[in-house]
Write a protein that binds this ligand. Structure first.
Ligand code: NCD
Length: 319
């Protein structure tokens, strides 16, 4: 099976075949998750530690459930109460945990690059659960699986990613993944939140929703990441909703069967109208959450296979 990675730090290092492998394995876990007995022993005997240095609801819950369903021993570190608060550095914390022999480390951190740095210091598989404005690979993979299942394919689609692109690791990882799979991606939002340098990813940029959404197959909305803004990026939330919030009128410019996505958490009435978010004929937001568990099971399963193979090659010694 084509998946050669030791860690899952971003979409950037992945080959399109590796992306396809993760999605194919995830499809099998979607089936498992719909059974009464959701257990597999793919991670039996392994220890998974979740370290979330930033708030998270669905990503942390999803990784925890994924590990438990695959039979791992899962520990959630309460980072708010950890020694980081006493001044210990990220690396010291990582080395301390490393001494407890985890096999999978799931890390979310507010600084771009922090998870890569940590991966260099430990001898287990590291999964990036979101690092600053950099990458959020499992989000892009779960979005890809949701699109592939809804549209029957993951290539030659027109996809609009809308809103706060500047501050979004979700946008970056999605742009990279959708580009690798040969889709046409448009970025739509106010110029303050959609920098022109994103053109280097080969996408088109629009500051008008009617034009940007014209005939697209997928509309992906993003949250206004206020916690990362240090100034006036938008005039007011009311004005923002009027120009860029997804409502029925704006969605009417997309293809009649276009799907609506949002990674959550949503600000209803800011970037998306509540009625659209809840419309089961258009919105796949709940499917995204379901796919999230399956994709994280697939990613950890594949990384664990590589870890075990590497250890076997080293006569069972931890690598
Ligand atoms: C995203 C994140 O944390 O980057 N959320 C998520 O993982 N589901 C997007 C966001 O916070 O807006």
């Amino acid at each position: 099976m084509a998946f050669r990675q030791k860690h899952l730090l971003g979409i950037e290092p992945l080959h399109p075949e590796e992306i396809k492998t993760v999605l194919d394995v995830a499809d099998t876990y979607v089936d498992l998750n719909r059974q009464s007995n959701k257990h597999s022993d793919a991670l039996k005997g392994l220890t998974q530690i979740n370290m979330f240095f930033e708030n998270s609801t669905r990503t942390q819950a999803s990784f925890e459930l994924a590990g438990k369903r695959l039979g791992a021993d899962v520990m959630n570190m309460a980072m708010q109460a950890s020694s980081i608060k006493k001044g210990e550095t990220l690396i010291d914390t990582a080395l301390t945990l490393n001494a407890m022999h985890p096999d999978l480390l799931v890390v979310r951190h507010p600084h771009s690059g922090a998870v890569d740095l940590l991966a260099q210091k430990v001898n287990c598989a590291v999964l990036n659960a979101g690092d600053g404005k950099h990458e959020h690979p499992t989000q892009a993979l779960l979005d890809a699986l949701t699109i592939r299942r809804a549209k029957g394919r993951l290539h030659r689609l027109n996809i609009a990613i809308c809103g706060d692109i500047t501050h979004s690791r979700v946008a970056r990882s999605n742009l990279i993944l959708l580009g690798k799979m040969e889709n046409r991606v448009r970025l739509v939002g106010p110029p303050t939140l959609v920098p022109q340098q994103f053109r280097e990813f080969g996408c088109e940029i629009y500051d008008d929703m009617a034009e940007g959404l014209k005939d697209v197959d997928v509309v992906m909305m993003l949250r206004l990441q206020k916690e990362r803004m240090d100034g006036g990026f938008i005039p007011s939330e009311r004005e923002y909703f009027y120009r860029y919030g997804l409502d029925a009128d704006k969605l009417a410019h997309a293809k009649p069967d276009a799907i609506v996505m949002h990674p959550g958490p949503m600000n209803r009435g800011v970037e998306i109208d509540g009625t659209i978010a809840d419309d089961i004929n258009r919105s796949v937001i709940q499917e995204q959450v379901e796919m999230g568990v399956a994709v994280r099971m697939a990613a950890m399963d594949l990384l664990a296979r590589n870890l075990k193979a590497e250890r076997e090659a080293n006569n069972g010694v931890m690598v």
